[in-house]
Design a protein. Structure first.
Lengths: 138, 279
């Protein structure tokens, strides 16, 4: 049986890996990062935040994280957390617990200070020219 | 019958809600943002909608990773503001329209859109920031609101074309509701922004403008934009703009552009705003 034109999936999911400095939060990464993200969600409750702050390592022990995920969380390596399946909206519960902002975390991931990053945004943001393909990044 | 008469499209940057709540609207950074809505506030006060269908996405507030509905419809009588980790925003509880929402849910499902029906839900900044921008801080929101959350956090979100067609189905659902009600549909999120990775901070004014131009026309160009173009050109979180295609699809092919506002930056994001009425 041949598929009719209507049956053919039109939306490609390929090519995203060529976009530099970007990790797509797709179904496989969501699966990989499920416990990272659910750990972050637990910090929506004040009593959990208090328990986490009192002993981060012990609190993280309640979640079946990989060693790499656990280390990235303890080091607050935001870029690494994203690579290991964390999603920024979930991670926001963790950096809010730390008293940090989206802008602080975004700046950290780009290697800029928060002041430099804020100034870049005031200047109109990061331009798309030169940032579309990994071939444009050295 | 009920009728969708206009769409309001607007970014829902959380920092805007915080700026309002912390009374920073007159600070130089935020003043131009809020002034960009002076016209819109007047316009919607004159229009007096009976119901708003508000298309937005939840940001790991009401939904966590356990259940991820692609399209959902809020059928509850009310929706309290969510505690996003620093206490709920000091804004009125959203009053729903359970009778109309249930009618819409039924109509959409029969139209082959498999909606998740939500009878209990807190609503986060994705829904409340657009209301703040359009209505300021009233004691109560001036009309009933039917929330329509869309998954745009975990890829793949629904395609732009699917969103556009959901808009068309919403139009049919509303127009088959017997009561004479004036309905405005909100499409929220966007515009270009990226909150993660070494490319964070990406803004693409030219692309955003083309997107707005397409919506102000018949939307046919915008509905065909593939995911990869959103991510490459408008940033990983720019994908939220597929939600503006739901609001566009709910209007007639011919529309009149009533108002447009665009401002960079609002925190990490290009703020876009477009009001359309059926021509």
């Amino acid at each position: 049986m041949t598929a009719s034109a209507e049956d053919v999936r039109k939306e490609p999911m390929e090519g995203f890996d060529d976009i530099p400095g970007t990790t797509l939060f797709d179904a496989q990464r969501a699966r990989q990062g499920y416990h990272v993200n659910q750990f972050c969600m637990s910090l929506m409750k004040a009593e959990n935040r208090a328990e986490f702050k009192a002993d981060e390592g012990q609190y993280l022990g309640k979640w079946p994280l990989t060693d790499a995920q656990r280390e990235a969380i303890l080091k607050r390596d935001w870029g690494r957390m994203i690579e290991l399946g964390g999603n920024i909206y979930y991670l926001s519960k963790l950096f809010s617990t730390d008293g940090k902002s989206f802008q602080f975390v975004a700046a950290t991931m780009t290697g800029l200070t928060q002041e430099q990053y804020a100034q870049m945004m005031l200047n109109g943001g990061r331009p798309v020219a030169g940032n579309r393909s990994k071939s444009e990044w050295k | 019958m009920a009728k969708i008469v206009a769409s309001v499209n607007v970014s829902h940057v959380p920092a805007i809600g915080a700026a309002w709540d912390l009374k920073k609207t007159q600070e130089p950074y935020w003043k131009p943002v809020f002034e960009g809505f002076d016209f819109s506030k007047k316009w919607i006060a004159d229009l007096k909608p009976d119901v708003i269908i508000l298309v937005y996405n939840d940001h790991a507030s009401a939904f966590d990773a356990t259940i991820i509905p692609t399209f959902a419809l809020g059928c509850a009588a009310e929706f309290p503001p969510a505690d996003e980790g620093w206490g709920p925003r000091p804004v009125p509880t959203v009053i729903g329209h359970p009778v109309m929402a249930s009618h819409i849910a039924q109509s959409l499902i029969l139209d082959e859109f498999d909606m998740t029906i939500i009878n209990k839900m807190d609503v986060d900044h994705g829904l409340t920031v657009p209301l703040t921008l359009m209505f300021g801080q009233p004691q109560a929101w001036p009309c009933k609101i039917i929330p329509l959350p869309v998954n745009v956090v975990q890829f793949p979100p629904p395609t732009g074309n699917r969103c556009f067609n959901l808009g068309k189905a919403l139009k049919r659902a509303v127009e088959s509701y017997p009561e004479d009600l004036r309905v405005v549909i909100f499409g929220t999120g966007g515009m270009s922004h990226q909150l993660q990775g070494k490319r964070a901070g990406l803004i693409n004014k030219e692309w955003d403008k083309r997107f707005l131009d397409s919506l102000a026309s018949d939307g046919e160009v915008a509905r065909k934009i593939p995911f990869i173009e959103y991510v490459r050109e408008a940033g990983s979180e720019g994908i939220e703009m597929v939600m503006w295609l739901i609001s566009r699809g709910a209007l007639n092919a011919r529309v009149k552009e009533i108002y447009r506002f665009y401002h960079v930056p609002a925190s990490n994001t290009a703020l876009g705003h477009l009001i359309l009425e059926n021509a």
